[in-house]
Design a protein around this ligand. Structure first.
Ligand code: ASP
Ligand code: MG
Length: 403
């Protein structure tokens, strides 16, 4: 098999851990696999470099930041290569440039445009273990770019896609994806597998495990992703195409998003184009609107409620206030003490009663539902934040996810 293994910051957090990674890589190679290893900077290293830059400037050039930050990954890549050579392996460390990762010009948050994997192919062909410094590429002008914080996951997935690897393993300090946050529900169970779409919906569960951008890329490039821990031999969670999952459960997990705020617009003039005006202005202000509810109009006016991430609330208020000033909206109000709980599962495509079960679970616990939205594979409810944990635990019970 051709395997891409990616080791995150904690997995390479000190010299002993790099030695451990070398042992794992060595074992995978000895099993007869071809191997590309993508590494992060040692944990804390990127932040330390950011701190150094801030010592000199509040607003350093983003191109210089890329020169600086990309160095952390190169340290790990070369140390791992040296450790592997010492164990008798033929290993070769590469920068993002050598690995052929070409990006656009957006320094510090570049997007990968293409990968020219020739150098990696050649080295693999010679039987070498290829080690790539994650998180970085090069733009058309030859300047170093980085892919945004947490970006070495993306490097690994993109490389796995370009090389058509059989598997892309992401090693972190958590053992996989759980049915819900185990800190809220200790009975949460690790999933053996999950589809890309479910994983994207369960982002709040996977956020610390995997960058959403890398799951999207894995879906696009059809990369079989496994998240697992580098601290034991425990099996992880496979993230793959829906068709590859034999028996999809009705519900895979319960996600919780506390980072939501609700905006209510009262007395919105009921005329064609008003929703378009409001939501286009919000989009221009880069406010990320999630759920929207519009009520039936009364006397030429209606109410519109919607949710935004708490971080976007300030910008959203500025937009909404202009509609109050112009008289298109009578009044607005805001509520930050809400959260969104979501029941996610591809199985609900072909089953009835999944949403009804969610609603009765809320009713049984006397939790009032403020807003509802559904998609093919998700039922989301906005509720008061104080009920967040109760809601997650009772839904986890209701769908018997501990089994
Ligand atoms: N070292 C980079 C960061 O901390 C990239 C990564 O670890 O994925 O954001
Ligand atoms: Mg990471």
């Amino acid at each position: 098999m051709l395997i891409v293994q990616k080791f995150g910051g904690t997995s390479v957090g000190n010299l002993d851990r790099i030695q451990n990674v070398a042992k794992r890589v060595s074992a995978t190679k000895k099993d007869g696999n071809d191997l590309v290893v993508v590494v992060s900077a040692m944990s804390g290293e990127t932040n330390k470099l950011v701190g150094y830059a801030e010592h000199f400037s509040k607003n350093p050039s983003r191109a210089e930041m890329d020169m600086l930050l990309s160095s952390g990954e190169r340290v790990t890549a070369s140390l791992l290569s040296i450790a592997l050579s010492e164990m008798g392996h033929d290993a070769l460390a590469m920068t993002g440039r050598k690995a052929g990762i070409v990006t656009d010009d957006s320094h510090t948050k570049a997007r990968i445009e293409e990968i020219n994997p020739q150098a990696m192919h050649d080295a693999l062909h010679d039987g070498k273990i290829v080690i790539v410094a994650g998180f970085q590429g090069v733009n058309a002008k030859g300047d170093i770019t980085t892919l945004g914080r947490g970006g070495s996951d993306l490097s690994a997935v993109a490389i796995a896609g370009a090389l058509k690897a059989d598997l892309c393993e992401i090693y972190t300090d958590v053992s996989g994806i759980y049915t819900t946050d185990p800190r809220i529900e200790p009975k949460a169970k690790k999933l053996d597998n999950i589809s890309y779409d479910e994983m994207l919906e369960l982002a709040s569960l996977g956020a610390k495990v995997l960058q959403n951008r890398s799951v999207e890329m894995a879906k696009k490039l059809n990369v079989n992703l496994v998240t697992r821990t580098s601290f034991s031999n425990e099996q992880g969670t496979l993230i793959t195409k829906e068709e590859n999952i034999m028996e999809a459960p009705l519900v895979s997990g319960i996600a919780l998003d506390r980072n939501q705020a609700r905006i209510s617009l009262m007395g919105v003039k009921d005329r064609p184009g008003i929703a378009s005006d409001i939501f286009n202005k919000l989009a221009t202000a880069e406010v990320n609107v999630d759920m929207i509810i519009q009520n039936k109009a009364h006397d030429g006016a209606t109410n519109i409620d919607f949710t935004v991430p708490v971080n976007d609330l300030h910008d959203a208020k500025l937009v909404v206030d202009t509609f109050v000033k112009s008289g298109d909206v009578d009044a607005d109000s805001y509520n930050e003490d809400i959260c969104k709980v979501s029941v996610v599962g591809v199985g609900m495509k072909s089953h009835v009663g999944v949403a009804a079960c969610a609603f009765s679970t809320m009713a049984d616990n006397n939790i009032n539902i403020n807003m509802i939205s559904t998609s093919e594979i998700k039922v989301s409810m906005v509720i008061d934040e104080k009920y967040a944990e109760l809601a997650v635990r009772s839904l986890h019970d209701a769908y018997e996810l501990e089994k």
